[in-house]
Design a protein around this ligand. Sequence first.
Ligand SMILES: [Zn+2]
Length: 402
Amino acid sequence: MPRCIFCDAELRQDTKPEHILLDSFGGRKTTRKVVCSICNETFGKTIDDELAKQTLHIRNMFQLRSGSGGEAPMLRRVEVGQDKIDIKGDGTMRRVAKPFKVTYPSADKVEVQFTTNELEEIFRHIPDVAAILKLPEEQVREQIFRSTAHSIEQRPDFANFTYLFGGPDAIRSMAKAALTLWATHVGNNEVRGEPYAATRVFVLRGSADFTFTRSELDSRAMYDAAEITRRYGPIFNAIYVASDANGRVVAHYTLNNVIGFRIVLAEDGGVPSRQVGLISNPLDPAVWTDQAASEIPIPFAWLDAPDYPDDLHMARERIVALHRLYQSLMTPRVIGRISDEVFAKHGFTNGDDSVPQGALERIIREISGRLAKHQLSLPHEETISEEEIRALWAAWAAKRKR
Ligand SMILES: [Zn+2]
């Protein structure tokens, strides 16, 4: 029976499968023959979690599902102007705010402001507001019907997000992935040997010294990026491990084709002149390979020559490319969502052939207006009439009676 490369525990038939590229990154390649269940679980809750956080924005932006099909992560409390919003993995947004605020602008005046995601939520808070104002619920409700309501939709400007990559724990997770991948290629005994001792300790416990001397950011464009993106899409994740004739073993880990890391797994004495590579397309997790070393081999010299110029020029260029990609990939989805919403608001379904000409023109005008605002990142705002609020109340009250 093979042994865990980190703690020497014997691996069994029922050892939990370890994802080499994180499941949350869309990784599908797993192994039961390298890492024991206990190490797997411990890493998952600590260093893997830290690495996963670093691509949270990207995964949310592109609505990237995990390798096992889980929804993209939610972004919590993103600041948009005066508001904070949660952006769910499917792109829908919810305001994070107190549902209502009671203020007294003068001695004889009281103002109640509601901030909710659905108008119906206001109805649910009527008893609380009535209690605070010491008024009958019915009176509060009538007041609400006659006040002005606005519906606002706003999209945060993704260009304002800052990207922070790296940090000791994230690098430990990458080193763990690289060692695990290497073990599937050269065997556990090789990776459990002395040349890799420092890397194993680093993965298990961390080491400031290792972080500084053996890992480095790499902002160069990926080697043969054109071919890799042709096969695995524009925001691929890639892990390569290779050794030279002296048995120096280095890993190169690329996150979403935005930033790379070089980690020295063994300074010398490892198995010489080998290479293994894993690439995955997070836009379509079914598309991946663990045969990258033969499909798209990368020279050892390139892998072992990371570069990270002070002006961060390359990294910025790649982030700009990422945002351009966002516009081109995600705009059609936004158009679909807005069209569906507007059609529904007018009582039709998108694509319905029987929409009368006059209504269709109004719908198209409204869709164009909302899209134009969306493209300019302007809030979309509309006033809700008293009739609309009364109708919603009637529907809500009827639903509650049932
Ligand atoms: Zn273990």
